[in-house]
Design a protein around this ligand. Structure first.
Ligand SMILES: Nc1ncnc2c1ncn2[C@@H]1O[C@H](COP(=O)(O)OP(=O)(O)OP(=O)(O)O)[C@@H](O)[C@H]1O
Ligand SMILES: [Mg+2]
Length: 466
């Protein structure tokens, strides 16, 4: 399970390489989808629908508990759209992405894993008043005992435009000042309760003395008024984080190791009660976020009935699911159902369907991917790759970009050209050709038990729903 913060480097690199070219949904102010924007191409209807959901989430989101299913053939951009949504959410709206199969591999019960995913996706925005000291540093004076042993002590002089005060410094504060590399002329903020020091910038009055400072130096006004102030700070934590911190057997360290184990239901009840009280007192607000369950058809009947219930909880996030199945078996039963989901769950969902791309759209997506991967490709090569994308799959064509650029580099060419594409097309099979090969040579493989009736059809593969 992975929880995103929008500026998370992981969001842009490692885990999501396949979608690293996507930076949002590419909508204009009226929520209309641009043909191409923020890395997204086509799939206009689905993007617009996702945009409406996004708007609802951002606007006070009284509609928590809504659930959407994105249904469409493989490679039609379901996961990509969810990634686009994640990137357009505000900084403190939680987005949790869960590949349904993870539920079965965690060291905890399935419903516990789902509960945790739900609670990770609900933020609590807490307002706190804290006492701070804010001022410009006039002087820092640190006394070391001559032996070099013993406690350090010192004095810090801070001023505002109206007053100046000298504070005694203890060892901890000296360390904190050193760590932040605070110097005379810096404007700093000290949180009185935690002793945390943050540098706000350099005072404008010092702008001229420090020509030599880097151009990234931020200049700020010297604060006015009292040095000590009360300031309202707002921070958002998820219900799950609160559960973990308050679960005596875990402690907050578990948050870092990710090894949270199962959490007792009493702990959750306590947290819900506390949050309820804070809401009444106006100290906290609930921020329903988004839980994205990819490949949802992999869940089984127990998980589905859990989802039915969980979606009705007053503290439910917006749940987005994706399935590429047509009419197929519901896991854990012998029944078949559309998208591999039970009908009573489907009844609670709004369905967004994604459709196949046109040739032009495939070309556009491939062009964007080439830019993303820093691959230069001739127009002819792009045309061939587009044809391959149309006839096999978009994903396969995207994969060929990387390998063909490798092949081009081998022959010391700057641009990928038609022969490179041909070469990798013959080296690496797509699904259809691989199946073809299997049929031709099946006798030579081990455990050959082909029973085509058993195969779960994906949408658009000819067997499924269209
Ligand atoms: N509209 C689009 N614009 C830009 N890139 C896209 C678009 N649709 C898909 N892609 C890219 O194509 C690849 C396949 O799409 P994606 O993974 O979203 O398919 P999917 O619908 O989730 O398929 P599956 O059902 O197999 O999971 C990804 O690299 C994705 O980023
Ligand atoms: Mg997907």
């Amino acid at each position: 399970m992975y929880v995103f913060t929008p500026k998370d480097p992981l969001l842009l690199s490692k885990t999501l390489r396949a979608h690293s070219h996507i930076h949002g949904l590419g909508l204009d102010d009226n929520l209309e989808a641009r043909q191409s924007g923020q890395g997204m191409v086509g799939q206009i209807k689905a993007r617009r629908a996702a945009g409406v959901m996004l708007k609802m989430i951002q606007d006070g989101n009284k509609n928590a508990g809504r659930a959407i299913l994105m249904a469409g053939a493989p490679g039609t951009g379901k996961t990509a759209i969810a990634m686009g949504m994640a990137q357009s959410l505000g900084a403190d709206v939680p987005f949790t992405m869960l590949a349904a199969s993870e539920i079965f591999s965690l060291e905890m019960g399935k419903t516990e894993a789902l509960t945790q995913a739900f609670r990770r996706s609900i933020g609590v925005r807490i307002k706190e008043e804290s006492e701070i000291i804010e001022g410009e540093v006039v002087e820092i004076q640190i006394d070391r005992s001559t032996t070099g042993l013993g406690q350090k002590s010192g004095k810090l002089t801070l001023k505002t435009t109206e007053m100046e005060t000298i504070y005694d410094l203890g060892v901890k504060m000296i360390e904190a000042l050193n760590k932040e590399k605070v110097m005379a002329g810096d404007v700093i903020m000290i949180d009185k309760a935690s002793g945390r020091i943050s540098k706000l910038g350099r005072s404008f009055t010092r702008a001229r003395d420090y020509d030599a400072m880097g151009s990234d130096t931020k200049f700020v006004q010297c604060p006015d008024g009292e040095l000590q102030k009360r300031k309202e700070v707002v921070h958002t934590v998820s219900l799950h984080e609160m559960d973990v911190i308050n679960s005596r057997s875990q402690g907050f360290l578990a948050l870092f190791s990710g090894d949270t184990g199962e959490i007792k239901s009493e702990v959750r009840e306590q947290i819900n009660q506390k949050v309820g009280e804070w809401r009444e007192e106006g100290k906290a607000e609930i921020v329903p976020g988004v839980l994205f369950i990819d490949e949802v058809h992999v869940l089984d009947i127990e998980c589905f009935s859990f989802l039915n219930r969980a979606l009705e909880d007053p503290l439910a996030p917006v749940v987005i699911m994706a399935s590429n199945r047509g009419i197929s078996k519901i896991r854990g039963t012998n029944y078949k159902s559309p998208h591999g989901l039970p009908v009573d769950l489907l009844d609670r969902l709004l369905i967004i369907s994604t459709t196949a791309y046109s040739e032009q759209e495939i070309k556009q997506i491939l062009t964007i991917r080439c830019e993303e991967e820093d691959v230069q490709m001739t127009e002819d090569a792009k045309d061939i790759l587009t044809r391959i994308g149309m006839e096999t799959s978009l994903r396969y064509a995207i994969h060929l970009i990387t390998v063909s650029s490798f092949v081009a580099k081998k022959r010391k060419a700057i641009m990928v050209d038609v022969p490179d594409i041909k070469r990798v097309y013959s080296l690496f099979l797509d699904e259809k050709r691989s199946v073809q090969m299997l049929k031709e040579y099946q006798g030579q493989y081990m455990y050959n038990e082909v029973d085509t009736a058993d195969r779960e059809p994906a949408i658009g593969n000819g067997h499924g729903m269209q």
